[in-house]
Design a binder for this molecule. Sequence first.
Ligand code: NDP
Length: 500
Amino acid sequence: MAFISQIWEIGSPESASVYLTSLAKEPIRLQNFINNNFQDQSKASSWIDSFDPRSGKPLAQIPRSTTSDVDLAVDAAAKAFPSWSQVSRQERSNILLRIASVICSKKEVFATWESVDQGKSLARARVEVERAISNFRYFATYILHDEGSVRFIDGQPSTLTYEHRSPVGVFGLISPWNMPLYLLTWKIAPCIAFGCTGVAKPSEVTSISAFLLAEALRQANLPPGVMNIIFGDGPGAGSELVKCPRVRGISFTGGTSTGIQIRRETVTDIGKHVSLELGGKNPTLIFDDVNLVQAVPLAASAAFENSGQICLCGSRIYVQRNILGSFLSTFVEYVKENYQLGQTIGPVVSREHYAKVRSYLKQAQEEGAAFLTGGVPEADPKHGYWIAPTVLGNLPHDSRVMREEIFGPVVSICAFETEEEAIQLANDNPNGLSSVLLTQDASRMRRVGERIDAGLVWVNCWLVRELSTAFGGMKSSGVGREGGAHSREVFTNLRTIHVR
Ligand code: NDP
């Protein structure tokens, strides 16, 4: 059965629910997309089950791609590279804009399935689909307008020197499950815009929007082989892609331990471009000059958006001691009113992830943490992976709960006395992805903002982005930056030419 043609027409959670019921016991089966063809997976030797996070029921089956599937996809990308890398910028731009238009015409379909598959609210999914469209539009126009540097060598007016860029080659694009379409398109759009070809592998946990994206690429007439999408597990298909010598670059977003593994597997292939966007344990600093009416909703949204499953979520809140009491009571009240399970906040993505988040909550309980909201959820969830937004107090700074990324609806709150201590606490962590700073003091915004170990610092705001600016983390949160000219760095080789 061709599932793609069926799910491509389903644009509301209600119709998705009717459709899924009509399938009875047969889950949706995804197909690899190679050379613009959905592959016949009837002979796939093994499938990965993926479950509906809201109910825990089977939702989809993902082909567990093998080494030969990866080879087939890399073959297609390698064959497409010589001609694609020569296609004019204008033509590449036109194709990217067509992809954006196809997604745009099916916004509700993408949002529906992203919400069903990942457990995020439909509103959140809609925001992410808009961003996926912007990813294509942004790089479509970027390549038309970026400029290089050309000059005569000082004192030698007959010698011209200029910088020339060429696409690197075949890329492996590997993305996580928390913002599946948004993050995958953040890689696919610059990859093809800068003239590379690729093989993308989404997370096995949330692969449906990548399956839909394959159809969008096909309908936009992207030439065959330019972008191939294979499904499967990380240690299998993902790792094969990383190690493949014909793959000349890897753009990876995911957990730090996987990033370390990828670094290990590519260390001897010195010329392989590797960009690693990894995990975070991000601090939110709240100074005593803030207006709580503005600070509380901001800190809450940074903590609980997408059930805390955004790498940029602020999961450690540090509040200046003299406002701790008033902050806590307002924050707890606000969270109870505005983050209600099943209404404004969804489940976590999978049973495995539920168990991981639960283990941190259990540990917090054993360490005597105060549960200001939420609690330790049941060990064996029968009806979906629901974890209430949990606000923790009284945890020691060296607790694993305070130091490690939980990636769920869990935030811990501590006090600080001085600005210096706030900076020290914020930086006392191996990660350095993002941070939020809440203060009305303009000189403190710079004084503190410029000393926090984080690739992204938000002052009195959160999650707003300009796609031309650098995105990425310091310390264990990653290597390299993406966005605008930084993505150009990832996907192109730079040579300097001297002409007399
Ligand atoms: P993982 O690192 O487990 O997986 C990320 C991707 O890598 C998945 O597609 C996964 O496949 C694949 N993968 C797993 N093992 C390997 C391997 N050995 N070789 C190649 N690929 C592999 O992360 P999660 O999916 O659990 O995502 C959550 C993490 O992502 C969090 O740490 C979060 O902070 C981080 N993240 C970082 C962002 C950033 O921009 N810095 C943005 C969003 C998330 P599969 O799932 O099929 O096993």
